[in-house]
Design a protein around this ligand. Sequence first.
Ligand SMILES: CC(C)(COP(=O)(O)OP(=O)(O)OC[C@H]1O[C@@H](n2cnc3c(N)ncnc32)[C@H](O)[C@@H]1OP(=O)(O)O)[C@@H](O)C(=O)NCCC(=O)NCCS
Length: 147
Amino acid sequence: MEGLNIKWTKPGVPTPEQFELRRIVFLEEQGFSHANEFDNLDIISHQCLITDSDNKLVGCSRIYPYSEKDAWVLDRIAVMEEFRGKGFGLYVVRVAMNYAQLLGAKRFVLVNAEVSAIPFYQKLGFKVDGEPFMEEHCPVIKMTRPA
Ligand SMILES: CC(C)(COP(=O)(O)OP(=O)(O)OC[C@H]1O[C@@H](n2cnc3c(N)ncnc32)[C@H](O)[C@@H]1OP(=O)(O)O)[C@@H](O)C(=O)NCCC(=O)NCCS
């Protein structure tokens, strides 16, 4: 998409901008706890931040290797509310899949996709793998797709 900046950072703590986007979407909007959101997987995750040409926060994701060989987890996928419904969400996931593939991914895993977002991920070729379970107050489910 034109005019967007994509910035990946190596595993470590999220940058202040990544932290802010996740805080707004997952803590303020969706009500997850700080401890759940900023878990110990940040330290092993490559984190993506997408901004627009005015440096406004647009979207984010993080990726890290899954326990099964050649599979990578995509999570913390979010688009700021003002940018939703315009295709940015699909773009955020495609950017994450491309980067994971560069790092060797042959399979993508969403370990805790929000059940409400199943149709969104199905548009990207993901299939449900298992039964829903609760993450804090939110029903989530595993989804996967080949790279
Ligand atoms: C889920 C999210 C990333 C989607 O971002 P978005 O920019 O609105 O998505 P897009 O505009 O790219 O949507 C692409 C398509 O998916 C559909 N879609 C998007 N979110 C959907 C949802 N929650 N349920 C059903 N369909 C959805 C859109 O209608 C659109 O369909 P179309 O191509 O037929 O018009 C965004 O709503 C978000 O950040 N939500 C809060 C955080 C969150 O829930 N993240 C997912 C955690 S698993």
